[in-house]
Design a protein around this ligand. Structure first.
Ligand code: WT7
Length: 684
């Protein structure tokens, strides 16, 4: 965990009280109400969650039990016996609640004049047509459908059409490249893949369908590919009997083609979403229909104080969990208006977000620290020109927000007044876990504040003791189940159990510290993940790609602090005997990672080394490699475990040379414009 974070939390003394204006009509107004809810949720969790589920969700059949817990196997089943459908909750019930003609989804294309708006009625029509279409491709309840799509309305329509049928969707971020896409399709055994001819990003086309074709040769489960014509490329190869254009497919279904919702068990899987695993193989996180949807609606309402006429904009790509929960399921379950943006914050100019806020009078903006940092660097003048007075609440997610970025966001976007909800959570948690309530919580810049009512977060020492170590920091765990908790890991029970093996309760993999006021300060990952611009990547996955190159003998990947990205990737590589170190090889290795996993994973620095620092039993000591990459080698800790202490000195010298630019192109990863990957699509 970063030294900088620890220094921050020791020195940050500012705090901000919640705004008075608007407080009286807030969902949670004031500290007393929040405290009372926390007590109630703790005293009687079943009553608390049962009440929220009744208030927020339409159930075809009520549950027998709020929570069915198998503590031994760490299996928690929420709302057992209940029936519902997520598509019904996100669409149909709003048709009769007075929201029929309300904007459900407003889409801003990359071209500013390219805007589409779907009312709930229109969304209903399109989702029903797509559900018929999928059904005509023999997709049934329980089948898997992969979505490798850009940020276009068809992605939301496809998600809700799957939910309507009871098919399980697996979104694959459109920034992923071959290996990332292949492993996800493989793992899910998808029968249908939905994609587009190309994604449009910063004025360029990324040909998704063409990328997909070679991958599909190795994915026998895929019977059909549905292709949205987004970019209008004219050289798209369509394989007869397998590939079909979206518009041709839905053309068979009229605008009044109702498609009845499949009644799902509360614990049927709603979707699968992969996150970076510790082994190099992505982990397929499964989310339930009842618990997840309840938790999505619940947290959207409370963390963002969602009101009926709000325009709410979560900037995350819908291929990530943030997009699922806060771009689609949470806001639509509440009958709100959700904004979707295809482009990137800095193209054609760095005022893109502020134009959208002004044009659509956005009330709630939820984005990522990496976006804030990249816009901050370009100066406040870009925001100053716009009328941002519609904004009421700002949000942050994906990585720890540094106080400098927090202050910039607060002052320049929030006029020094708006509450910032810094929400800590993960793909596995389904929704926000630690977050301020905008009209109840005093804010401290850089802290995600306190756990939500009913969330039992704690910091543990590595010995499993309840308490901290290392000056008060430790492992962030959640001791009680909550409805948004993952159902399981797809086809990998061992991986699921590993989340519980160390502490007997859910281990997040993050380090944290709690201050005297009970505020949580997230310190970042303490497992083998790297958080690049809010995107969680696995060191093992990147190492595996590097090690598969014939020139590479051994590779070790660690995070290094980065001004814009939060963390960047630093790779140490030992080449095979006769292979010389060269710029060409560096480029080749980077290209390989980019081609296989995606641009996000491309190493910022590659340092060739003679040998890795190892223990006498031959294990790489990553702790030391992290410190060197982070430039903190004065404090390498205990070096007595090293088999050959000499190795370390050589690595330090090599690292210093790299920093002086002797062996590295300064913008190593910078061959990747800020537009690809994270900043465009805060994972967040
Ligand atoms: C990891 C989860 C939450 C959805 C987006 C990413 C980091 C997330 C915060 C925050 C500090 C944060 C953690 C976490 N993280 N939000 N507000 N403050 N760190 O989901 O890909 O599953 O990554 O993102 O390290 O473990 P994910």
């Amino acid at each position: 965990m970063s030294q900088e974070r620890i220094t921050t939390l020791l020195t940050e003394k500012r705090s901000y009280l919640p705004p008075e204006h608007g407080k009286s009509s807030a969902w949670i107004c004031g500290q007393e109400e929040y405290d009372a809810l926390c007590r109630r949720a703790l005293d009687d969790p079943s009553d608390f969650w049962g009440a929220r589920a009744s208030q927020l969700i339409h159930w075809f059949k009520r549950w027998d039990k709020v929570l069915d817990a198998d503590e031994q196997r760490h299996k928690y089943r929420w709302f057992t016996g209940a029936k519902l459908n997520a598509s019904f909750n996100c669409i149909d019930r709003h048709l009769i609640s007075g929201r029929r003609n309300k904007a459900a989804l407003i889409w801003q294309g990359e071209d500013e004049m390219d805007v589409r708006c779907y009312t709930y009625q229109m969304l209903y029509t399109e989702v029903c047509r797509m559900a018929h279409a999928l059904s005509s491709l023999h997709i049934r309840k329980g089948d898997h459908v992969a979505l490798y799509m850009p940020m276009i309305p068809e992605l939301v329509i496809a998600m809700l059409a799957c939910a309507r049928i009871g098919a399980i969707h697996t979104a694959i971020f459109s920034g992923y490249a071959e290996g990332g896409v292949r492993s996800r399709i493989h793992d899910s055994k998808a029968r249908v893949v939905i994609t587009a001819d190309a994604a449009v990003r910063a004025g360029k086309f990324k040909p998704l369908k063409a990328n997909l074709d070679p991958i599909l040769e190795k994915c026998p489960s895929v019977a059909h590919v549905v292709v949205v014509r987004r970019a209008g490329l004219d050289n798209v190869t369509m394989q007869p009997n397998r590939d079909i254009w979206w518009h041709d497919l839905i053309d068979d279904f009229t605008l009044n083609a109702d498609f009845p919702c499949e009644p799902m068990d509360a614990n049927d899987t709603l979707f699968l979403l992969h996150t970076s695993g510790s082994t190099g193989k992505p982990t397929g996180i499964m989310h339930s229909t009842g618990g997840y949807l309840t938790y999505a609606a619940h947290t959207t309402q409370w963390c963002f104080d969602m009101r009926d006429d709000d325009v709410y904009w979560c900037t995350a790509d819908m291929g990530w969990i943030t997009g699922h929960t806060y771009g689609v399921y949470g806001p639509l379950a509440l009958g709100a208006t959700t904004m979707m943006f295809e482009g990137v914050p800095t193209w054609p100019k760095p005022d893109r977000y502020w134009r959208i806020v002004e044009n659509f009078r956005v009330n709630i903006l939820y984005t990522a620290p990496t976006v804030i940092r990249s816009l901050m660097r370009l100066g406040e003048a870009w925001a100053e020109r716009y009328d941002l007075r519609s904004l009421r609440i700002l949000g942050s997610v994906g990585e720890p927000i540094n106080p400098e970025a927090w202050s910039w966001y607060h002052k320049n976007i929030g006029g020094g007044e708006l509450p910032i909800v810094d929400t800590w959570w993960q793909t596995e948690t389904g929704g926000a876990m630690i977050s301020p309530m905008p009209y109840a919580t005093k804010l401290k810049p850089g802290s995600a504040a306190k756990p939500l009512p009913g969330i039992d977060a704690a910091v543990m020492g590595s010995g499993g003791r309840d308490g901290e170590e290392d000056g008060g920091s430790g492992h962030l765990v959640i001791r009680k189940p909550w409805p948004g908790m993952m159902l399981g890991v797809f086809n990998d029970e061992e991986k699921y159990q590993s989340y519980f093996s160390r502490f007997g309760c859910y281990e997040s993999g993050d380090g944290a510290q709690v201050d005297a006021d009970g505020y949580f300060w997230i310190l970042g990952r303490i497992d083998d993940s790297i958080n690049v611009s809010g995107h969680r990547l696995s060191t093992a996955e990147i190492e595996a790609v590097l090690a598969a190159c014939p020139e590479v003998g051994e590779a070790a990947v660690v995070p290094m602090p980065h001004r814009l990205k939060g963390e960047a990737i630093y790779a140490y590589v030992v080449t095979r005997d006769e292979v010389p170190w060269s710029e060409d090889l560096r480029k080749k290795l980077r290209d390989t990672v980019r081609r296989d996993i995606g641009a996000l994973a491309s190493p910022e620095y590659i340092q060739f080394v003679e040998a890795m620092p190892k223990t006498t039993s031959g294990k790489i000591i990553r702790r030391m490699l992290r410190k060197i990459a982070g430039d903190t080698y004065e404090d390498l800790g205990d070096t007595t475990a090293l088999a050959d202490p000499q190795v370390l000195e050589t690595i330090i010298i090599g690292h210093q040379n790299i920093l002086q630019g002797q062996h590295e192109t300064a913008t190593a990863a910078g061959d990747e414009p800020a537009s690809e990957g994270k900043e465009a699509a805060p994972g967040a």
